[in-house]
Design a protein around this ligand. Structure first.
Ligand SMILES: Cc1cc2nc3c(=O)[nH]c(=O)nc-3n(C[C@H](O)[C@H](O)[C@H](O)COP(=O)(O)OP(=O)(O)OC[C@H]3O[C@@H](n4cnc5c(N)ncnc54)[C@H](O)[C@@H]3O)c2cc1C
Length: 242
């Protein structure tokens, strides 16, 4: 059996690792070139996600991912300025399932490891066609085609596979937007000691904790490489709601 996976994101690469582990022939087609785009900042992987990931990966890959993740999140903290210094002002039990924070670019790099011969970069999927013999043929913008028994659309929210296969399915824009960035933990004195592995909300009570467009709390959390990604939920121009 041969499987074509469209999209070398976290989903497509995890699937490709799992298929290869089971001895199934797999080819992954990715629109971006090998250098690619920035892969984002971080990802909370809960206990179910961690188990699924381990189930798909060879043990050395799972060990590499484990080594790059932050510790177990247990609480959600609120930070604010007290007497001119940053302090934890509230502690709540975590409202998410137990999990740990992964560094997205490292996670993707590990998922790519060992699949170098299976991933074709710079190949934008354009359409597919079912063949009389039960196989499916995929076309790419670079003029290539490939044929397999199964075609998997792992090409994200704007999936071209879904557009053709399920033309009635529509992506609904909820009007919400999220901006993320990463700051070295060492840039904020004493922060690592104060928040440990837990996400924290920095209240916008002091000028230095606000981004200009943000009038909501900033969420901070850590992952294994010593970075602290602040999340800011900003008002979308369309909905003006948070
Ligand atoms: C701000 C933010 C924070 C998030 N935080 C979390 C979190 O903490 N925990 C969590 O579990 N999830 C989180 N998510 C969701 C998570 O990021 C997504 O569920 C996940 O990335 C989806 O992976 P995917 O492989 O399906 O799609 P994607 O990561 O979108 O990958 C799709 C790939 O397909 C490629 N592609 C697209 N079109 C084509 C085409 N025509 N031909 C070939 N290739 C194509 C793209 O270039 C891309 O590489 C977050 C999402 C966002 C936006």
């Amino acid at each position: 059996m041969k499987v074509l996976v469209i999209g070398a994101g976290l989903g497509g690469l995890t699937l490709a690792q799992g298929l290869r582990r089971e001895g199934i022939d797999v080819a992954v087609y990715e629109r971006d070139d090998a250098a690619g785009r920035p892969q984002g900042v971080s990802l909370h992987i809960d206990d179910r996600g961690g188990a699924a990931l381990r189930g798909c990966l060879p043990p050395p890959h799972a060990a590499m991912i484990d080594a790059t993740m932050g510790g177990l999140r247990e609480q959600t903290l609120s930070l604010s300025e007290v007497d001119g210094a940053l302090a934890v002002v509230d502690t709540q039990p975590s409202d998410a399932r137990p999990g740990r924070q992964a560094h997205r670019p490292l996670l993707r790099a590990v998922l790519l490891t060992g699949l170098e011969d299976a991933v074709r970069f710079g190949a934008e999927f354009t359409r597919f066609e079912r063949q009389a013999d039960g196989t499916v043929r995929a076309w790419f913008a670079n003029g290539r085609t490939d044929t397999a028994d199964v075609l998997v659309g792992a090409d994200g929210v704007g999936s071209a596979v879904r557009r053709q296969y399920l033309p009635h399915a529509r992506v609904v824009d909820t009007g919400r937007r999220m901006t993320m960035g990463a700051t070295a933990l060492s840039a904020i004195p004493r922060l690592p000691d104060q928040i440990g592995n837990n996400p924290a909300v920095a209240r916008c009570t002091a000028r230095q904790w606000c981004w200009p467009p943000c009038d909501s709390p900033r969420h901070l959390s850590t992952h294994g490489n010593g970075c602290c990604p602040p999340y800011a939920i900003v008002r979308s121009p369309r909905s003006r709601t948070i």
